[in-house]
Design a protein. Structure first.
Lengths: 510, 130
């Protein structure tokens, strides 16, 4: 009896130990069958995957038949197509018989626990030098997680396709050369165009180049260069078959496809009908206010003629009535003019005069005329700009009048309104400050919106159309200026605006 | 309110709205002008015969383009010296007046005083006065 092992034997033992440790820690079940059908080796995963609590219990099985019996008592096994596993499909049996490697993908459902798993079973025959079967190396790889990911991915893809397909917005997927990769159903519904004439074509060539629009070219080129997505790009088309269409485009970078290619998702919204209705609405307001002006002129001048005729009349009631009529006509006139302005702003027809005018004298004139509106409020001008400003004297006057009228209206208990004029480097700044009810911070932006009215707790009568500030801001914007408000509830508001100086502006010496 | 010099200055108002014609006539007669009104332009000949010192012309007459009329009057040597003031409710009144070759414009709605001032100014101009 030897007490010590020779060196080679030691090495072999060490190798076997290493192999054992390695195999036992593989995430793969390994079982080795000898030709008799008995298991000569198994790792723990192999035993567990086949439903045995230990390697020992697996090794205790006498032959393939008893193993199969136990296997089918423990699991319901089907293949990928849901066909039940039977003895003739056994990879071990087939590998032994055919002496060729076998592979079988199996779905295991544990009969007691209901636990499901997917396995790839491989059986590889090992032959000796004579070509006789020595053993079959049988492996089980758990691919449950992998299958789940695949299923999820498939689901996600079909979900995405489903969304694209059912989306009412037409969509195009473009490659980096701006060729159409695919289009959704809504796109084909919108345009009478075949898939053949769409896919693979350059976007600008679609529909006889009706898609070749400079704005679209610019947006897509910028997108490619800077990877900057774009939204709300409005382009009007005139398609021969379906007529004019107004489309709103958004471009978004899409996840790269399998070839690592960059794709662009181009979404469209057909806003033709909306624009048409908006146009009709704006036209109506424009026509209506325009039409109102003629009868208003007639009434206005008639009342003024009457006032002239009865100026020296001894009848105070008559004079008062005429004054009141005049006041209301002025109000009506302003409404009509304001509505016309709104429709011009909406139609982008708000143009600025090319002349320059003396800013300070305009302000003095406006303040003088507004002083009559409320003797209670002293209108104080502080500072001066000494500047010429480019634009419409009348339209800027109206901005001032509007701010002063608001200041008076929203400070019913105050006694003054301060108008401050300051010269800046390249602009003038003006502000109108009141000491009235003020505006809550949340409304500071909204008050410049069309038809916006600030709700008032005391329900005082501050009615109006809510378009004065909208027009004022649009007027200032059109003059390349800026308008904003600083205000605190209960303390009052200050409305500011800036305007650029007229070209060749000479500052007057004060 | 100074009365115009004798003989009475003649004004011609062309506007398709009877209300406007009425108030223009009332307002300007109150100032002592000799005012004739027309709902449409009846040709250069008629204008020449009337020999007005100033014409108020509506830019959007029914079936007629006020700008065309103004251009025609300003191109004819018999009428080109007569000042034309465009009457309009259009927001771009000054541009329209310029395009028409008119002397000035009066935007609807206007003030009575403004109408008087404007009339006096152009009638005086026509007179070579200051």
């Amino acid at each position: 009896m030897r007490t010590t092992k020779p060196e080679t034997q030691k090495n072999t033992d060490l190798g076997n130990d290493l192999l054992n440790v390695t195999i036992n820690n593989l995430p793969i079940g390994v079982i080795i069958f000898v030709p008799s059908g008995r298991v000569s080796y198994a790792n723990i995963q192999g035993a567990n995957y086949l439903g045995y609590p230990s390697v020992r219990s697996l090794l205790a099985q006498k032959d393939l038949a008893s193993m199969r019996k136990r296997l089918l008592e423990t699991f319901v096994i089907t293949d990928e197509n849901g066909v039940l596993y039977t003895a003739d499909k056994s990879p071990v049996v087939l590998a032994m018989a055919q002496k060729k490697p076998q592979e079988y993908t199996a779905h295991f459902v544990h009969k007691k626990t209901g636990k499901e798993s997917w396995m790839i079973i491989r059986a590889k025959p090992v032959l000796d030098k004579k070509g006789e079967l020595e053993m079959v190396v049988y492996s089980l790889t758990d691919i449950t997680e992998q299958r789940e990911y695949q299923a999820q991915l498939k689901h996600t893809l079909s979900y995405a396709h489903g969304i694209l397909g059912t989306m009412r917005e037409p969509l195009l997927v473009l490659d980096r050369n701006l060729r159409v990769k695919s289009a959704n159903a809504a796109f084909y519904r919108m345009l009478p165009i075949t898939q053949e004439n769409t896919e693979g074509k350059l976007i600008f060539e679609l529909k006889n180049k009706t898609w070749d629009k400079p704005q679209l070219r610019e947006a897509l080129n910028k997108f490619l260069a800077k990877k900057s997505s774009f939204h709300g790009l409005e382009i009007a088309f005139d398609f021969p078959a379906i007529g004019p269409k107004v489309l709103l485009f958004s471009g978004q970078r899409l996840l790269q496809d399998e070839k690592d290619e960059e794709l662009i998702l181009l979404a469209m919204e057909d806003i033709t009908k909306y624009r048409f209705l908006q146009q009709r609405n704006d036209n109506f307001i424009s026509t209506a206010s325009h039409e109102l002006k003629t009868p208003m002129t007639t009434i206005k001048v008639l009342v003024q003629i009457l006032r002239k005729r009865f100026e020296r009349s001894k009848d105070p009631v008559l004079v008062e009535y005429l004054a009141r009529m005049n006041q209301q006509i002025e109000h009506l006139t302003k409404l009509a003019v304001d509505l016309l302005d709104v429709s011009r702003i909406r139609a982008n027809k708000f143009t600025v005069e090319e002349k320059t005018f003396d800013f300070d004298s305009m302000v003095i004139e406006v303040v003088k005329s507004c002083q009559f509106l409320s003797p209670q409020h002293k209108l104080i001008i502080k500072g001066k700009t000494g500047a010429e400003v480019k634009g419409g004297r009348d339209s800027i006057s109206r901005v001032f009048i509007n701010l002063i009228v608001n200041a008076i209206k929203y400070s019913p208990d105050a006694t003054k309104v301060i108008i401050t004029l300051s010269p800046l480097k390249k602009r003038v700044r003006a502000s109108v400050q009141d000491f009235g009810i003020g505006i809550a911070k949340i409304h500071h932006e909204k008050i410049f919106d069309r038809f916006f009215q600030v709700g008032n707790k005391e329900k005082k009568n501050f009615l109006g159309l809510g378009i004065g500030l909208y027009i004022s801001k649009a007027t200032i914007n059109a003059h390349h200026g800026r308008m904003w408000v600083e205000s605190e509830e209960g303390k009052g508001s200050t409305f500011f605006f800036t305007l650029p100086l007229g070209k060749g502006n000479n500052k007057k010496h004060s | 309110m100074s009365r115009p010099l004798r003989p009475k200055k003649k004004l011609l108002i062309i506007d398709d709205n009877p209300g406007i014609l009425f108030i223009m006539q009332e307002a300007l007669e109150l100032k002592g002008y000799d005012v004739s009104v027309a709902e449409k332009f009846a040709g250069i000949e008629r204008v020449r015969k009337g020999a007005p010192d100033l014409i108020y012309l509506d830019i959007s007459l029914i079936g007629q383009d006020g700008r065309e009329i103004a251009r025609e009057l300003k191109h004819d040597k018999r009428t080109k010296h007569v000042p034309i003031i465009i009457l309009t409710a259009h927001p771009h009144a000054s541009r329209l007046a310029r395009e028409a070759g008119a002397d000035s414009f009066l935007s609807k709605p206007f003030e009575l005083e403004h109408l008087w001032e404007m009339t006096a100014k152009y009638v005086l101009k026509r007179n070579g006065g200051k």
